[in-house]
Design a binder for this molecule. Structure first.
Ligand SMILES: O=P(O)(O)OC[C@H]1O[C@H](OP(=O)(O)OP(=O)(O)O)[C@H](O)[C@@H]1O
Ligand SMILES: Nc1nc2[nH]cnc2c(=O)[nH]1
Length: 175
C-alpha cells in the first residue's frame, strides 16, 4: 500500500453531523412524506444517507431513489459533459423531488439532474448539496447548502481522489 500525505482537514466529522442535522430542520417544512429524495451517485451517497436519517428525526420519512451521473471521472476538472450511467428507478410523476449531492462546483451535474428529474414528471424539484464551492456562475443555485467550501480539491464524505477517500468521515483538501 502506498502512503499518501493526509488531506488537510477543512470540516470535522462532528461539524458535518451538526450541519446535516441543522439542514434537515430547514428542509423538513418544505417537503412531505411523499417527497422522493434523489441521491446523485456516487458521491452523494454519504450525505444522502445522513440527510434522510436526519429528516426522519425531523419528522419526514421520505422515499429514496438514485441517479448515477459521472462528469469528472478521475480528473480534478469537470469534463464539461455529464454522462447518465443509471436512470431513476421509481415514478416521480406528480411528486416533489429533493435532489441530494455532495458538492456543487460548476453546477453541471446538479443542473443536469434537476432537468432529468423535472422531465420525469416531478411536480417540484428542490436541490440540496453538502458543500458549495465558489464558482463564478454556477449552472444552478441549490435550494439548500450545508457548508460553503473553499475553491480547493475536496476529498472525504463522498468526495473522491480517483475512487479513494470517499469514506473519510471529514472533508479535507488535497491541494
Ligand atoms: O458541479 P460540478 O462541476 O458538476 O461538480 C460536482 C459533481 O462532481 C462530482 O461528481 P463526479 O462526476 O466526480 O462523480 P462521482 O459522484 O462519482 O464522484 C460530485 O459528486 C458532483 O456530482
Ligand atoms: N472529489 C471531488 N470531486 C469534485 N467534483 C467537483 N468538485 C470536486 C472536488 O472538489 N472534489
Amino acid at each position: 500500500m502506498t502512503d499518501r500525505a493526509a488531506p488537510e482537514v477543512l470540516i470535522s466529522q462532528e461539524e458535518i453531523a451538526e450541519r446535516v442535522e441543522a439542514l434537515a430542520q430547514v428542509i423538513a417544512p418544505r417537503i412531505d412524506n411523499d417527497t422522493v429524495a434523489v441521491c446523485l451517485l456516487t458521491g452523494g451517497l454519504w450525505f444522502a444517507a445522513d440527510l434522510t436519517r436526519a429528516l426522519w428525526r425531523a419528522g419526514r420519512d421520505v422515499r429514496f431513489d438514485a441517479l448515477w451521473l459521472a462528469s469528472y471521472h478521475d480528473e480534478r476538472k469537470s469534463s464539461g459533459r455529464c454522462e447518465v450511467r443509471a436512470d431513476l428507478q421509481r415514478p416521480l410523476i406528480g411528486r416533489r423531488a429533493l435532489v441530494v449531492d455532495d458538492v456543487l462546483d460548476t453546477g453541471l451535474s446538479l443542473g443536469e439532474a434537476a432537468r432529468l428529474v423535472k422531465d420525469a414528471g416531478a411536480s417540484e424539484v428542490l436541490t440540496a448539496v453538502f458543500a458549495r464551492k465558489p464558482w463564478d456562475k454556477p449552472r444552478i443555485e441549490p435550494d439548500f447548502v450545508a457548508w460553503e467550501a473553499p475553491a480547493r480539491y475536496l476529498v472525504g464524505y463522498g468526495l473522491d481522489d480517483e475512487g479513494k477517500s470517499r469514506g473519510l468521515p471529514y472533508i479535507g483538501a488535497m491541494d
